[in-house]
Design a binder for this molecule. Structure first.
Ligand code: SF4
Length: 348
């Protein structure tokens, strides 16, 4: 099925998707080589999904053998400025302030696919957001949505990097593609490399996940070393430092832009801070799930979030958490008990 890109853009606008780009569904071999080197250096930490075969991650035909094109979509999340410190609270990365993007963006892109098939007839497709064994950032770059910054994130000039990505891989052949503009890139700037407090950006375009606060606070399960506990600083879930300092985000933050999809706004989720007391009072996994069922924060699981909350209390000297820690020292989870005792010792 052949379709002109202008027609797809019109339908994307009806699905309220504003930033849309297209690329061929062919393997990105150069990206696969870079990924292999990155994996061999151990920079993927223990994230199994990042250790998959690079040739598969770089090839959309593994996800849909009939694929002809990849439609990439970017949606900006909440860029309003809120105080970055609050005693007794842990900071949450912006992408997690509102409702879970897996729920919101996936349904938006599925609606888009339905509108396309209502217009052009049945076609084969699969839609994804984040939870996809594909180098989605590289495809977004190839689709002209932006360039990859030295902090390894996709940056769209005039929009910055506070965006979430989604893809529609399909057997649609897209015609009349416009010639892509050459984007300027990072130039001589190194702000993100210098600002990262844990030196996770080893060099331009190379991130060591083992040191990244986002990885430590969200993906790393179980115990953190004493050094890693300190690395969290005041971050209870995720981190925005390498994006906050990026000049491409400054005008966005200055203008206090709301999210392009309202549900990504802080009013629809946990917002920019989580109360350490509140997190430490969550009695069991069931209560945790019902508290965070619509939030990306659910990813950290109860043990992980309490562990992070205790680290933040220690890192910020929040002694008021001690009564909660006394209770947690009798918790059914050994990890939680260990962290409660450690926290009590350090805050005394
Ligand atoms: Fe590139 Fe500077 Fe932004 Fe880092 S802070 S991604 S070097 S423009």
């Amino acid at each position: 099925l052949r379709v002109a890109f202008e027609e797809i853009l019109e339908i994307a606008a009806k699905a309220k998707l504003e930033i849309v780009g297209f690329s061929a569904a062919s393997a990105l071999t150069e990206e696969a080589t870079k990924l292999r080197i990155w994996q061999e250096n151990g920079f993927a930490a223990d994230m199994k999904w990042m250790q998959r075969d690079p040739l598969k991650l770089a090839d959309p035909l593994h996800l849909l053998p009939e694929a002809k094109s990849v439609i990439s979509v970017a949606v900006a999340y909440d860029r309003r400025m809120l105080p970055s410190q609050k005693a007794g609270y842990g900071r949450v990365a912006r992408y997690a302030w509102g409702k879970d993007y897996h729920l919101v963006l996936k349904s938006r892109i599925e609606d888009f696919a339905k509108l396309l098939s209502a217009e052009f007839g049945e076609f084969k497709s699969r839609s994804f957001t984040d939870a996809v064994p594909l180098l989605e950032r590289a495809f977004a770059k190839n689709a002209g949505l932006g360039f990859i910054g030295k902090n390894t994130l996709l940056i769209k000039p005039k929009l910055g990097s506070f965006t979430l990505l989604a893809e529609l891989i399909s057997d649609l052949e897209i015609e009349n593609l416009p010639i892509q503009k050459k984007l300027s890139g990072c130039g001589t700037c190194t702000k993100c490399i210098k600002a990262c407090p844990t030196n996770a950006i080893k060099s331009a375009y190379v991130l060591d996940a083992n040191k990244c606060i986002s990885y430590l606070s969200i993906e790393k399960r179980g115990n953190l070393s004493e050094e890693e506990r300190g690395m969290l600083g005041q971050w209870i879930f995720g981190c925005d430092i390498c994006q906050d300092v990026c000049p491409y985000n400054h005008s966005q933050l200055k203008q206090q832009f709301e999210a392009q999809i309202p549900e990504f706004g802080y009013e629809f989720g946990v917002g920019p801070w989580l109360s350490l007391e509140r997190v430490c009072s969550i009695a069991n996994n069931q209560e945790f799930k019902s508290n965070f069922k619509d939030s990306p924060v659910i990813r950290a699981k109860r043990e992980g979030l309490i562990r992070n909350a205790i680290c933040v209390a220690v890192n910020t000297g929040y002694g008021e958490l001690k009564p909660s820690l006394e209770k947690l020292s009798l918790d059914s989870s050994e990890l939680v008990r260990d962290y409660a005792s450690w926290g009590l010792g350090r805050l005394s």
